[in-house]
Design a protein around this ligand. Structure first.
Ligand SMILES: [Zn+2]
Length: 103
């Protein structure tokens, strides 16, 4: 019996293309806390969440800015309780709001 994990953009409900689906599946076991990850080639954004930062969250390339805005509003006032590396990902310069495909 084959099992398939369904990913959806939390903003529009879109599903990833086949190649991006594979990338998202490959990152399921990532244990990073409060980090942004790119899921190529579709340009999806993964918020790894973890602990006080909740579950993993996903956005399609079009809605990356919406996800980062939601997270900024949700955790922007959170005191630094997580690992330094994780909290650093909340910094403005680390927020990958726009997806620019590689050439
Ligand atoms: Zn979307």
């Amino acid at each position: 019996m084959t099992t398939r994990v369904l990913f959806r953009c939390e903003c529009c409900g879109a599903c990833p293309d086949v190649a991006t689906q594979r990338t998202l599946e490959g990152q399921l076991l990532d244990r990073s806390i409060a980090e942004y990850l790119d899921a190529r080639p579709g340009g999806w954004l993964i918020w790894t969440g973890g602990g006080a930062f909740g579950a993993k969250r996903y956005a399609c390339a079009q809605h990356r800015p919406d996800l980062t805005d939601r997270l900024r509003r949700q955790y922007g006032a959170t005191p630094p309780i997580g690992p330094e590396r994780g909290m650093a990902s909340l910094a403005e310069r680390a927020l990958p709001g726009r997806y620019v495909p590689r050439r």
